[in-house]
Design a protein around this ligand. Structure first.
Ligand code: G4P
Length: 288
C-alpha cells in the first residue's frame, strides 16, 4: 500500500491542470463536479474548492445505480445542509440526467433571466465538468450529448482535449481540461479509490485489498456477500482472509496442491465489486 501513496503526487501534472482550470473559469457560468456515489468524499479533490473560487457548483453523484440508495440520500441531505446541490445520476442508463439540466437552470436562473432581459435570448449557459479519473466524466458527457463524440477513456488518467458539447439551446458543457488527481489524505482514501478501480491494480496489493473489502462488507453488508456467494457466511470463518478462502473455494479456485488460489479469488471479488455484481454498496457515509 505504501506505493499507492506515491501515485497521488504528480506535482507537475496537478499544477498544469490547475492552470488549465483557472484559465477556463472566465468562460464558464458554473461547475458540475462528478463524484463516484460509492465514495462521494474520497473521489473529490479538496483543492478544487479553492481553485473554483465562488463559481456556482453542482455535485453529480454518478454511478448511483451501484451505490446504496439510503446512503446516497444521506449524502444528498448532507450536501444540501452544507449549501451544495447534489444530483444522483446513472450514466449507464441516463437516469437522473434530466434532473441535472433542471438543477443547472435553477441554479443559474438569475443569469438566464439577465441574458433574456439584455436581449441575449439564445445565449447558452456554460458548465465545466470536472472530476478525478474514473468517476464517469466521459460517460456523463456522452450520455448528455447523445452524440457519442466524447471518447470514453478505458483507463483513468487519459487526457482529452478541451471540447464544448451542446446539450440544448441553452446549455453547453466543457470537459475537464487536464487530469484532476484525487488527494490521498489518508490510507483509507487510497484504499477506497482502489476498491472502486479509480486506482488501478498493480499499484496495490490485490489480496490485501480484497481482504480489506471483505472486512468492510462483512461488517456493513453481510447479506450482499451471502446473496452472491451463498453459504460463505456460515462457513465458520475467523477473519476476512478465511472468508476470501471460502469464497475462492465456492468458486472452485483451487491450486494443484489443493490450496485456494486467493490471488484469483481476490481479482474476481474486486472485479465483481467494481462491476456492481455484489449489489449496491457505498463505502463511506457522511459525518452528521
Ligand atoms: P472518466 O471519464 O471520469 O475517467 O470515467 P469514464 O466515463 O471513462 O467511466 C469510468 C468507468 O465507469 C467505465 O467503466 C464506465 O462505464 C463506468 N461508469 C460510468 N458511469 C457509470 C454509471 O453511472 N454507472 C455504472 N455502473 N458505471 C459507470 P469501464 O469498466 O472502465 O468501462 P466499460 O465497462 O464501460 O467498458
Amino acid at each position: 500500500m505504501s506505493q499507492m501513496q506515491n501515485i497521488q503526487w504528480f506535482p507537475g501534472h496537478m499544477k498544469k491542470t490547475e492552470r488549465q482550470i483557472t484559465a477556463c473559469l472566465p468562460l464558464i457560468d458554473a461547475v458540475a463536479e462528478i463524484v463516484d456515489a460509492r465514495i462521494p468524499q474520497s473521489s473529490r479533490n479538496p483543492s478544487l474548492d479553492k481553485l473554483l473560487g465562488g463559481k456556482p457548483r453542482l455535485l453529480l453523484m454518478n454511478k448511483c445505480d451501484i451505490a446504496d440508495k439510503v446512503a446516497t440520500d444521506k449524502w444528498i441531505s448532507y450536501y444540501r445542509a452544507n449549501g451544495v446541490i447534489a444530483v444522483p445520476v446513472d450514466c449507464k442508463t441516463g437516469k437522473g440526467t434530466d434532473g441535472f439540466v433542471k438543477a443547472v437552470k435553477l441554479l443559474l436562473a438569475d443569469k438566464l433571466r439577465s441574458y433574456d432581459e439584455k436581449g441575449l435570448v439564445g445565449k447558452p449557459l456554460r458548465v465545466m465538468v470536472v472530476g478525478i479519473p474514473n468517476v464517469g466524466k466521459s460517460s456523463f458527457i456522452n450520455c448528455m450529448s447523445r452524440l457519442s463524440k466524447a471518447k470514453v477513456a478505458d483507463k483513468p488518467g487519459v487526457t482529452r482535449g478541451n471540447q464544448w458539447f451542446k446539450i440544448d439551446a441553452r446549455l453547453e458543457l466543457l470537459d475537464t481540461p487536464g487530469v484532476l488527481w484525487p488527494k490521498f489524505d489518508d490510507m483509507s482514501v487510497g484504499e477506497k479509490l482502489a476498491f472502486t478501480g479509480a486506482v488501478k491494480d498493480g499499484v496495490t496489493d490485490t489480496e490485501l485489498l480484497a481482504v480489506r473489502l471483505l472486512e468492510y462488507m462483512s461488517r456493513e453488508y453481510p447479506e450482499r456477500l451471502e446473496e452472491r456467494y451463498s453459504g460463505v457466511l456460515t462457513a465458520d470463518c475467523d477473519d476476512a482472509y478465511e472468508l476470501l478462502c471460502a469464497i475462492g473455494k465456492r468458486r472452485g479456485m483451487i491450486l494443484r496442491g489443493g490450496e485456494v488460489d486467493t490471488e484469483r479469488a481476490s481479482v474476481m471479488l474486486l472485479d465483481e465489486y467494481r462491476g456492481g455484481k455484489l449489489g449496491k454498496i457505498t463505502l463511506e457515509m457522511p459525518e452528521i
